[in-house]
Design a protein around this ligand. Structure first.
Ligand code: ADP
Length: 502
């Protein structure tokens, strides 16, 4: 008897009796047994029939070759689950069509028995699962009950004490503090429970807005700084990208909740050292981290801490307060946003939680809108500015051309510093020079210096390629009025020119 396992694509042989071969399981492939499974029909085949099937490419022989082979499918609800086979190595006439009919009848009875057994096994495993989840739920409820009862005890106990009229003002204050802290703790648990049940019932929706990640980290830092310092620890955050590259679309509330929760845990489970958080860019994702030098997490619990219910099942939980829901809520949020979460930790040394969110930067927001740009341009119109663009790169020149077109300005191009000096000598009416610093033959500093020797009035704006402080100073020293760093932002440029020609 061969039973087919779809998952492993193997044929197992729960009952096998053969004079020649000994097998326990065989990979499903092109055996006669597979042929019966494929065709879902009984097969009676002598050597000639088998040779024909082999020729047709339908089967490949495994095991010893029999003189006659008879196989009938085992079916449960019209699905073939295996094959019942008999064969003879000595007598070609050992089985005939009527034996096939008989075997089909037997196979039906066998199938019914197998089905019964399967249903029974399924019920046992379902029962085990139900008992397990019941056990976890009980543990979870016990923990939640503990999480509500403990602060409740605080509130009731200290409210009772407050009734005592002989208390000093200081004592009253300290009792009130206990009540307030307990109230907060209870509220946290209730909030966690609410979030969890909203997640379970699929009521949590995404709420997308545009946010600046660096700003959010800075808010979190200010928020937790005092609490961390009170514990005698330090907190730091790291931003990997400049402000204009971290304006992204995401669910702010959820991101904030995730980070808050991870930082809160880092504080809760650490007693010394520092807490670091931040992010790095990894391809199309921002990878956040929250790192602490706390108690760490045992290896065998690294996975379980993200599961709901399971955490509450851990026995030493009572040492640290908490509902044990924070991480499973965070994990669910992270997955909703489209990322994943994991942790690296060494017991006694500390933990580092990581999670990702998709990185989809917004184009840098314009400081000016189109109408303002048009306004600036039209204010240029009456001035008829004559502008010399000293720029060796064609693309950069074309860009400036596009930015300044329709503004009534006349544009002249010089391809290097020497040419710029020359053009300036021949056109003393030029109002402004956009001077590239890095140019062949003569660079922008030298050209500016030379021009200043005969023209003090023309406004020279240096285009510095790198936002290096040295570059700017050198440009100003050479005689430039101002500088703008490349890549040139068109609104900034128009604003700058406007400053000199109001
Ligand atoms: P809670 O903190 O309320 O118990 P969480 O779901 O936030 O629940 O965390 C689950 C468990 O993971 C915690 O009980 C704790 O054992 C472990 N854990 C979480 N964060 C840290 C951390 N930074 N350092 C050590 N253990 C942690």
């Amino acid at each position: 008897m061969a039973l087919y396992d779809e998952e492993t694509n193997m044929l197992s042989l729960p009952f096998f009796s053969d004079q020649k071969d000994k097998m326990v399981s065989i990979p499903s492939g092109k055996s006669l047994t597979d042929y019966v499974i494929r065709t879902q029909k009984s097969l009676l085949a002598n050597r000639k029939d088998k040779a024909k099937l082999e020729e047709l490419g339908e089967i490949r022989r495994i095991g010893s070759d029999s003189k006659i082979w008879l196989g009938v499918p085992l079916k449960i609800e019209n699905e073939v689950i295996g094959v019942l086979v008999v064969q003879s190595y000595t007598d070609e006439n050992a089985f005939n069509k009527s034996d096939m009919k008989m075997l089909e009848f037997i196979s039906e009875q066998v199938s019914i028995s197998i089905n019964k057994k399967k249903v029974e096994e399924g019920m046992i495993s379902a029962l085990e699962k139900a008992t397990e989840s019941d056990r976890l739920k009980t543990a979870f409820l016990q923990n939640i009950s503990h999480e509500i009862r403990t602060p409740m005890n605080g509130i009731m106990g200290f409210t009772g004490l407050l009734k005592d009229t002989t208390l000093s003002g200081k004592e009253q204050q300290s009792y009130l503090d206990v009540i307030l802290t307990s109230g907060h703790r209870m509220l946290n648990t209730l909030n966690d429970l609410m979030d969890m049940s909203m997640l379970e019932t699929g009521q949590v929706k995404m709420n997308i807005s545009t946010i600046n990640i660096n700003d959010e980290l800075s808010i979190l830092y200010s928020f937790f700084k005092l609490e961390v310092e009170k514990k005698g620890m330090l907190i730091n955050f790291e931003t990997a990208l400049p402000n204009n590259e971290v304006v992204i679309k995401t669910d702010r509330e959820k991101l904030f909740a995730i980070l808050t929760n991870l930082i809160k845990n880092a504080i809760k489970y650490s007693h010394k050292g520092n807490i670091n958080f931040g992010y790095v860019l990894k391809g199309y994702f921002l990878e956040f981290f929250v790192e602490d030098t706390g108690i760490g997490i045992p290896k065998d619990r690294l996975k379980a801490i993200f599961d709901r219910f399971v955490q509450a099942d851990i026995e030493d939980i009572k040492v640290y307060e908490g509902s044990g829901l924070g991480l499973s809520i965070s994990k669910a949020y992270i997955e909703l946003i489209g990322g994943e979460v994991w942790v690296e930790s060494i017991e006694g040394k500390g933990s580092k939680f990581y999670f990702t969110i998709p990185y989809n930067p917004e184009p840098i927001p314009m400081e000016f809108d189109e109408t303002e740009i048009t306004e600036i341009k039209s204010s240029f119109q009456q001035k008829h500015l004559k502008i010399l663009i000293a720029e060796d790169e064609e693309i950069a020149f074309d860009y400036l051309h596009i930015v300044l077109e329709n503004s009534g300005t006349e544009l002249i191009n010089a391809k290097n510093g020497a040419e710029a000096v020359d053009v300036m000598r021949k056109n003393p009416d030029i109002d402004l020079i956009l001077m590239d610093i890095r140019m062949p033959i003569m660079d922008g500093y030298e050209a500016t210096h030379k021009i200043r020797s005969f023209n003090k009035d023309v406004v020279i704006i240096a285009q510095t390629a790198y936002a290096l402080a040295g570059d700017k100073e050198k440009a100003l020293n050479a005689g430039c009025n101002d500088y703008i760093s490349k890549p040139i932002n068109r609104t900034k440029l128009l604003e700058l020119i406007n400053k000199y020609y109001k």
